[in-house]
Design a protein around this ligand. Structure first.
Ligand SMILES: Cc1cc2nc3c(=O)[nH]c(=O)nc-3n(C[C@H](O)[C@H](O)[C@H](O)COP(=O)(O)OP(=O)(O)OC[C@H]3O[C@@H](n4cnc5c(N)ncnc54)[C@H](O)[C@@H]3O)c2cc1C
Length: 161
């Protein structure tokens, strides 16, 4: 049994790849709906399409050129060799989690990882329940409680822009 915490793109895609290989996967997501609320503009490299089976209907726009304007009104144009894409990020997250579920992963919504219990076996606290698992994947974002609980969070520094 593999437990994946977080049904963002990283967690859902990991769950999809593992379930496709026949592993038993539980995918736990804190929110009641995958992809909502969202904190992302949805711009990404077109190379993503080489990695993920993305339904073209999720693509809202394509970017061929970036135009950067300095405070003194000088302009710089970057023409991209490969187009960037702008996608609907909520639907994108939902699409990847659906792929995971279709491959056999079990999605648990409103299921918050609350920490590890360590008594020789790997046990995870989901809401108020304690579940045993063989493997644990922390895909719970930049403030990962999984990483903190496992003591591998390290000294991270965030630069806000
Ligand atoms: C304002 C903003 C704009 C951005 N714009 C872009 C952009 O245009 N292009 C781009 O490529 N990137 C953008 N990003 C970055 C992008 O959103 C992240 O790189 C990406 O979401 C990381 O994916 P992830 O799956 O690792 O984590 P996340 O998308 O953060 O997913 C983590 C999931 O884990 C869940 N979770 C967290 N804690 C728990 C818990 N304890 N128990 C259960 N579930 C939990 C969360 O609810 C979430 O669903 C932006 C980020 C921000 C903040």
């Amino acid at each position: 049994m593999i437990s994946v915490i977080g049904a963002g793109p990283a967690g859902s895609h990991a769950a999809y790849l593992l379930a496709k290989e026949g592993y038993k996967v539980n995918l736990y997501e804190d929110h009641s709906i995958v992809g909502i609320p969202i904190q992302c503009t949805g711009i990404t490299t077109g190379a993503l399409l080489d990695v993920i089976n993305l339904d073209k209907s999720l693509i809202m726009n394509e970017i061929t050129t970036y135009r950067i304007i300095s405070p003194d009104n000088n302009e710089l144009y970057f023409k991209l060799r490969k187009r960037d894409i702008v996608f609907d990020r909520s639907k994108f997250d939902q699409h990847i989690s659906e792929e995971a579920v279709n491959a056999g992963a079990k999605l648990h919504l409103k299921s918050k990882f609350n920490g590890l219990e360590n008594n020789g076996k790997l046990k995870i606290k989901i809401n108020n329940e304690v579940n045993e698992t063989e493997y644990l994947i922390g895909a719970d974002g930049p403030s990962s409680l999984v990483a903190k609980s496992a003591g591998i969070y390290g000294k991270r520094r965030f630069i806000v822009g």
